[in-house]
Design a binder for this molecule. Structure first.
Ligand code: 13P
Length: 251
């Protein structure tokens, strides 16, 4: 049985006060849920959000990392730096970074590697654009991203990765994939993971869905056999939404 994982991606939003407000709002959901809960604030808030979540079950996550360990990379943050902040998870290959910051599959693969070397679990995002889906290429695109992003990893390293399927057309649009569309892609992903390592490993890996998840649609999405959690954007900033998504995650 896979333990559900609910991760909030604050993107370039939030402030010091939000973590405390969210913690208060999440209190009873955290008591009830069997899920792992991760909050990924912007880099500048890692310290204060981390302090707020100290001695709570909420894990601290980051939204990005540089592919190198250190050096002349002005404005960037390395995996050892995240480790020092007690960051346990890190999103890589988000479609916004692929589209706006030219993050290629090769860079994603390097970032996955550097995170694993530093004891941080990658949440690797994959997902197709609307044009790719309309052209019937969605599965092919996602499989390619998976193969490239995880290429050459040892099976036990692959097992430490979480995959987030985020169809680009569903992000921030209010248009979610139907539970059937999402579940069917998750099955494609799991089959590919099995090819990359073994079926036994693939069965243990968590595959999250992301794209307009909210407190109203979470239960149905999370009720699908292959959906093991959610990567939540906009609703992770709302105290009347995120707790409901956590409650909807049943192990
Ligand atoms: P929304 O939940 O706002 O659609 O964003 C999803 C996302 O990109 C999470 O990483």
């Amino acid at each position: 049985m896979r333990k559900p994982l609910i991760a909030g991606n604050w993107k370039m939003n939030g402030n010091r006060g939000l973590a405390a407000e969210m913690l208060q709002a999440m209190e009873s959901s955290l008591d009830q849920t069997s899920a792992d809960v991760v909050v990924c604030p912007p880099f500048s808030l890692l310290q204060s959000v981390g302090e707020c979540f100290e001695n709570t079950p909420v894990f601290l996550g980051a939204q990005n990392v540089h592919a190198q360990l250190s050096g002349a990379y002005t404005g960037e943050i390395s995996a050892p730096m995240l480790n020092e902040m007690d960051v346990k998870w890190c999103i890589v290959g988000h479609s916004e970074r692929r589209a706006q910051f030219s993050e290629t599959d090769a860079i994603v693969r390097q970032k996955v590697g550097i995170l694993l070397q530093n004891g941080i679990q990658p949440i690797m995002c994959v997902g197709e654009s609307l044009e790719e889906r309309e052209a019937g290429k969605h599965e092919e695109v996602v499989v390619e991203q998976l193969k490239n992003g995880l290429s050459g990893l040892a099976a036990d390293d692959q097992l430490r990765c979480t995959i987030a399927y985020e169809p680009v057309w569903a992000i921030g649009t209010g248009k979610t994939a139907t539970p059937e569309q999402a579940n069917s892609m998750h099955l494609v992903i799991r089959n590919q993971l099995a090819e990359l390592s073994t079926e036994q490993f693939a069965t243990k890996m968590r595959i999250l869905y992301g794209g307009s998840v909210n407190a109203d649609n979470a239960e149905e999405l999370l009720g699908q056999s292959e959906i093991d959690g959610a990567l939540v954007g906009g609703a992770s900033l709302k105290t009347d939404q995120f707790p409901g998504i956590i409650t909807a995650a049943k192990g």
